[in-house]
Ligand binder design. Structure first.
Ligand SMILES: NC(=O)c1ccc[n+]([C@@H]2O[C@H](COP(=O)([O-])OP(=O)(O)OC[C@H]3O[C@@H](n4cnc5c(N)ncnc54)[C@H](O)[C@@H]3O)[C@@H](O)[C@H]2O)c1
Length: 305
């Protein structure tokens, strides 16, 4: 049986173009009632156009699907609440939130104005937090929710000239890690994609060959899986692009433990750097307590030796 979303209500932010449009159309094509949120801005977040969301709603309806438009700027608290209100007014519930909206103001840190830092953090991190926060009571009350965040390789690994964007994108992983724990008891699952796709954001950087491989629709299947009722994943990041899908994890090495913590000098760190930086036995942790538990266990076992 193909995965479907019949009767499920999905709010997809920034879905007037690019990746969000692909996610919205796909969810609608499999039965979801979709709220197409888009403020219709330029890549840098300036300017507004209702037509961008309207066009996607028109496309979805023309294909036999069900959708309404929402034009709020979700990077503001009022806008995020407004987008969730549009959803509740239209369909009286919310099951799926795909946090996709975002902007770029690329500069090296040396040239980055604080306003450009704040706008990009608001566009990605605050928008995702505000929209999810506004939707959260409705998801919890009905003990059902599928939430997706959108991070980036720039955040996971760094990218020259994208300090603001990288900071916001990696922060989303931290937000997801905690919401996955807080949502789990109420069947609210929170996962993240790290997409690679040819959109207006990336087209200027891509060769024609790369462009043809990086179709936005090629990313959407993993969003479809994260939004499905049967999705078993919770709190994971998946890189997705050009038909390639891979789990990304934060890992910690086995490390090195000094017997007498009070006597450790920077020289000792230098002497043991090979063991401290050895990732051959690296592993992820389910939550912060587990990671802290590893530190304590290592301390106790070093003392006992
Ligand atoms: N394209 C890629 O390769 C790539 C890679 C990594 C991450 N991403 C992320 O994927 C998401 C979608 O990017 P895209 O490439 O499709 O970009 P895009 O510019 O084509 O589409 C983004 C849409 O979001 C809307 N938008 C922006 N801020 C908004 C806000 N505050 N409120 C409402 N609407 C808003 C814009 O009007 C635009 O239509 C972004 O979060 C981006 O950072 C994209």
């Amino acid at each position: 049986m193909a995965i479907r979303y019949d009767g499920r209500v999905a709010l997809v932010t920034g879905s007037g173009r690019g990746l969000g449009r692909s996610h919205a159309r796909f969810l609608a094509s499999r039965g979801a009632l979709v709220v197409v949120n888009d403020m219709g801005s330029e890549v840098d977040g300036t300017g507004r156009s209702d037509e961008v969301a309207d066009q996607v709603v028109e496309d979805i309806r023309a294909a036999g699907g069900e959708a309404v438009a929402d034009y709020h700027d979700v990077a503001t608290t009022d806008g995020a609440i407004g987008a969730v209100e549009t959803t509740m007014d239209a369909y009286d519930k919310i099951d799926i939130v795909v946090n996709n909206a975002g902007i770029l103001r690329d500069r090296t840190l040396a040239k980055l104005a604080p306003d450009d830092f704040d706008a990009v953090v608001a566009g990605h991190l605050s928008s995702s937090a505000y929209v999810t926060h506004a939707a959260w009571p409705y998801l919890r009350d009905r003990s059902y929710g599928r939430v997706v965040f959108t991070t980036s390789a720039a955040g996971l690994y760094g990218n020259f000239g994208q300090a603001n964007y990288a900071a916001a994108k990696m922060a989303l992983v931290g937000l997801m890690n905690t919401l996955a724990l807080e949502g789990e008891p109420r069947n609210v699952r929170v996962n993240t994609i790290a997409p690679v796709a040819a959109t207006r954001m990336t087209e200027p950087l891509m060769t024609p060959e790369v462009l043809s491989a990086m179709v936005a629709e090629y990313v959407t299947p993993v969003v479809g899986w994260f939004c499905s009722e049967d999705c078993s994943a919770n709190g994971v990041v998946v890189e997705a692009g050009a038909g390639h899908f891979a789990l990304v994890e934060v890992m910690e090495g086995a490390g090195y433990t000094f017997t007498d913590p009070g006597s450790v000098s920077p020289d000792d760190i230098a002497a043991h750097w090979g063991e401290i930086a050895d990732m051959s036995a690296a592993r992820p942790f389910a939550d912060a307590n587990s990671a802290v538990g590893k530190v304590l266990a290592a301390h106790q076992s070093a003392k006992a030796d």
